[in-house]
Design a protein around this ligand. Structure first.
Ligand code: FES
Ligand code: FES
Length: 178
């Protein structure tokens, strides 16, 4: 990930490394700021009520659903969307893995799936337990298909590409978690 996540000024949000003014209207969701104002259409609006995960982005490396948050909450923070993942060297390795494993069909859920998986991998690395974690005392979080399925359960795919999605995530992050 190349987006500069160092803090933006209090009056702006650093989005994919570029400082953007905080909206003057405090009612604007982060999702609408991204899509309607900045025309970053990679982040998708599905349910607009926190149920589908299509709008997932990373804030200072942590995954959030952007439809349920107000843009003003992120003044001074760094947001990374799907547009911020590839760099001069090419696609993020998880993006490539999605292609290699047919982890999408229509692609509508894909940006949210990828951002969510990146956040999830960081959570695993930090040792945060999930609902299916067996050994809560362990400092080393086991990487398993059950863990990935549980942790990615907030991201829905109406095309039913979940098997490819899990395979892509597993190929990308299983080794790093060992
Ligand atoms: S659009 Fe945000 S969770 Fe569905
Ligand atoms: S690829 Fe179509 S909704 Fe997931």
């Amino acid at each position: 990930m190349t987006a500069d996540r160092s803090a933006a000024s209090a009056g702006s949000i650093r989005i994919n490394g570029v400082d953007c003014p905080v909206p003057s209207d405090p009612r604007v969701s982060l999702l609408d700021l991204l899509r309607e104002t900045l025309h970053l259409h990679g982040t998708k609006k599905g349910c607009n009520q926190g149920a589908c995960g299509a709008c997932t982005v990373l804030v200072d490396g942590e995954r959030i659903v952007s439809c349920l948050t107000l843009a003003v909450q992120y003044a001074g923070r760094g947001v990374t969307t799907i547009e911020g993942l590839a760099d001069d060297h090419g696609l993020h390795r998880l993006q490539q893995a999605f292609i290699d494993h047919d982890g999408f069909q229509c692609g509508y859920c894909t940006p949210g799936q990828i951002c969510s998986a990146i956040g999830m991998a960081a959570e695993l690395k930090r040792g945060l337990p999930s609902h299916v974690t067996q050994d809560l005392g362990s400092e080393h979080m086991a990487f398993s298909h059950d863990e990935v399925r549980e942790r990615m359960s907030g991201n829905l795919c109406r095309c039913g590409a979940h098997n490819g999605i899990i395979d892509a995530i597993s190929e990308t992050y299983a080794e790093a978690a060992e």
